[in-house]
Write a protein that binds this ligand. Structure first.
Ligand code: DAK
Length: 257
């Protein structure tokens, strides 16, 4: 598939998507979001792909939605674009998405990062929701996912001042998983992706979904969801393979069945 604003490659069962509008710090225009979601969905359907890595470049993961596209548009025009519907499809991707972020991770860029399941950040990352400085507010999860991730007080401070936090502070608040030198963040994300790619794919997807359910469901319902996932996986071929391999003291070979 030919894309203008993203680049894609595959490596050992890992689909790698790189945002590619470097001149304007990977500002997210409508076409970029369309391309990104189309590729995520394509990779999600591809049986050879087990994990997805989403990256920008060293200077910017993404500096937010493209302000040029929003500056003159009316509220009704923006509503009619219905671009949130496209954006929301990202949360339906069943394979794990690992974010490899560096430099500016702002506004829609931060919201995109929060759509990732695991995030490796470079020491240079600055992460925030500066929409208030433009006279607006986040529209793609910035008040909801950020609050769930860092807690009410920190979210309030970040959202009301618009000031970004450093990668180290983001780590302290659990907004990212690891912080490594800028030379290493992409390789670190890839290494982690490879570690997940050899796990049984069905279990990976059921666990991903169950963890996201934990953010929404009351505990008893979440436990029920988990238990049903557990029973489902007991019916898989990979469960037989995993347990047999353990008993025979050999490495399992998971097929996704
Ligand atoms: N949009 C458009 N262009 C941008 C941009 C952006 N968000 N961010 C940077 N650029 C452009 C700059 O205009 C500049 O272009 P030229 O002048 O060279 O043509 C180029 O990128 C380099 O930027 P700077 O010269 O400003 O570089 P600095 O290092 O001095 O500053 C900066 C970097 C990141 C601090 C600064 O560029 C900045 O403050 N950028 C804006 C950050 C921001 O406010 N982001 C939030 C945007 S609102 C939605 C989903 C999400 C959203 C909305 C809807 N749907 C699904 C519907 C989210 C909204 C937002 O994100």
């Amino acid at each position: 598939m030919a894309y203008e604003y993203i680049k894609t490659t595959n490596e050992d069962g890992i689909g790698i998507i790189t945002l590619n509008r470097p001149k304007i710090l990977n500002a997210l225009n409508l076409q970029l979001i369309d391309e990104l979601v189309a590729e995520l969905e394509r990779l999600d359907r591809d049986p050879d792909i087990r994990v997805i890595v989403l990256a920008g470049n060293d200077k910017a993961f993404a500096a937010g939605a493209d302000i040029n596209e929003m500056a003159e548009a009316s509220a009704i025009e923006i509503m009619k674009r219905d671009q949130f519907a496209v954006w929301d499809r990202m949360s339906l991707i069943s394979k794990p998405i690992i974010g490899a972020v560096s430099g500016f991770v702002l506004g829609g860029g931060c919201e995109l990062m929060m759509n990732c399941d695991i995030v490796i950040a470079s020491e240079t990352a600055v992460i925030g929701q500066p929409e208030i400085k433009l006279g607006v507010m986040p529209g793609a999860g910035g008040t909801q996912r950020l609050t769930r991730a860092v807690g009410m007080r920190k979210a309030m401070e970040m959202l009301l001042t618009g000031e970004p936090i450093s990668a180290k502070e983001a780590l302290r608040y659990g907004l990212v998983n690891r912080v490594v030198p800028v030379e290493a963040y992409f390789q670190e994300a890839l290494k982690l992706a490879k570690q997940i790619a050899v796990q049984p794919p069905l279990a990976v997807q059921v666990i991903k979904k169950a963890v996201h359910k934990a953010e929404d469901l009351p505990l008893a319902e979440g436990m029920d969801y988990e238990r049903n996932g557990f029973y489902l996986l007991l019916a898989s071929e990979d469960r037989k393979e995993g347990m047999q391999a353990f008993l025979n003291k050999r490495k399992p070979r998971f097929t996704g069945n």
